[in-house]
Design a protein around this ligand. Structure first.
Ligand code: ATP
Ligand code: MG
Ligand code: FE
Length: 332
């Protein structure tokens, strides 16, 4: 099948065309407007999606060399995400499909982050564990099949991407803090400072404590030494990043041992983190893991992953009705 897929859950407007399970195009328009506010402003995101959606879809079709009459279905992100943002993609998909007389497919954004692993080789074999880490989620998922996933543990408060972004903000880094914190950490000493992290039962996480700890730490140090942040930026970033990565991987190791699963993947925006990618490779050696790390363009939000999920749903005949509406808190 040839499917057009739309992603509009947060602050990237994206469209992708997939044919026979092969992604032909993946166009992403990142909304720069939010940088001014140091975070995503929902109302502005909706408006930017409204402006971007037609050009992004047009470009995705052109790049794929596919005309709209060749499409067999239109897929969109139903959730989780911002309601107003999701509404733009959902409404566009419905009307476009209605005009063409073809079905629509509703996709779960978090399942799609994981299914990004099936866009390129090498592909994981079932069952595998996927550490799914993004701006709004932190979870360890047992993936039994393309559309059969089970959450083993998750964050009880903040997502790890949120910790990266909020600590980045405290350090004066531009939004989103994750990518810049990552870059700055590369020049620092990860053992320079210690930060505490909450230890939750089972495979669960807590990332709100480190945020507060960082806030007090920076406040106290700046009192003694006004230029503390500027003078120690790389070391602070490296130490924070190391703590976050260690915490994430500790539970992953535990899950892998308990379940006897050595096929290990990472997904979501934070899987773009170079420290996490590097450390995972080291753990692969140590724990005899087969690890899967997505290409950068499929880590953060993109429609290619939505298209991949839609492909498997199409093959199973899972179509949505025209009455479907977005679900901001959609679960895996
Ligand atoms: P969700 O997928 O949970 O709905 P989202 O769609 O906003 O949330 P993604 O686009 O998947 O999230 O990921 C964005 C997050 O990834 C941000 O928190 C961002 O800081 C983080 N991120 C991106 N690149 C890096 C990096 N190199 N290092 C650390 N974090 C990163
Ligand atoms: Mg984003
Ligand atoms: Fe996402």
């Amino acid at each position: 099948p040839t499917i057009l897929a739309i992603e509009s859950s947060c602050d990237e407007t994206s469209a992708s065309v997939i044919r026979g399970g092969k992604v032909l195009s993946n166009i992403v328009a990142t909304q720069a407007i939010h940088e001014l506010y140091g975070g995503v402003v929902p109302e502005l995101a909706s408006r930017a999606h409204q402006q971007n959606i037609i050009p992004v879809v047009t470009q995705a079709l052109r790049k794929a060399n596919v005309t709209k009459n060749e499409l067999n279905a239109v897929a969109f992100t139903r959730g989780p995400g911002l309601l107003g943002a999701l509404l733009v993609g959902c409404s566009f998909a419905k009307s476009f499909a209605l005009g063409l007389g073809i079905p629509i497919i509703e996709v779960n954004h978090m399942q799609a982050h994981i299914l990004a692993h099936f866009i390129d080789e090498p592909k994981p074999t079932f069952p595998f564990l996927c550490l799914t880490v993004s701006g709004g989620h932190t979870m360890i998922v047992r993936v039994n099949d393309y559309l059969d996933m089970q959450i083993l543990g998750q964050t009880t408060d903040d997502a790890v991407g949120e910790a990266f972004d909020k600590i980045g903000k405290m350090l004066g880094l531009p939004y989103p803090g994750g990518p810049m914190l990552d870059k700055t950490a590369a020049q620092g000493n990860p053992d320079a400072f210690q930060f505490p992290v909450g230890n939750m039962p089972g495979y669960n996480y807590s990332f709100s404590g480190i945020k507060t700890a960082a806030l007090y730490f920076l406040r106290d140090k700046t009192k003694e030494q006004p230029n503390f942040v500027q003078d120690n930026l790389a070391d602070i970033c490296a130490s924070v990043q190391k703590t976050l990565i260690r915490t994430l991987l500790k539970k992953l190791v535990q899950a892998s041992q308990d379940l006897g699963i050595n096929e290990i993947a990472i997904a979501g925006g934070v899987s773009a983190n170079s420290g996490l990618r590097h450390t995972l490779q080291q753990y692969a050696q140590k724990h005899n893991w087969q690890v899967y790390i997505p290409a950068f363009q499929y880590c953060t939000d993109n429609a290619g992953m939505i298209a991949m999920a839609a492909h498997y749903q199409y093959m199973k005949g899972e179509f949505a009705s025209q009455y479907v509406s977005p679900e901001p808190r959609l679960k895996i």
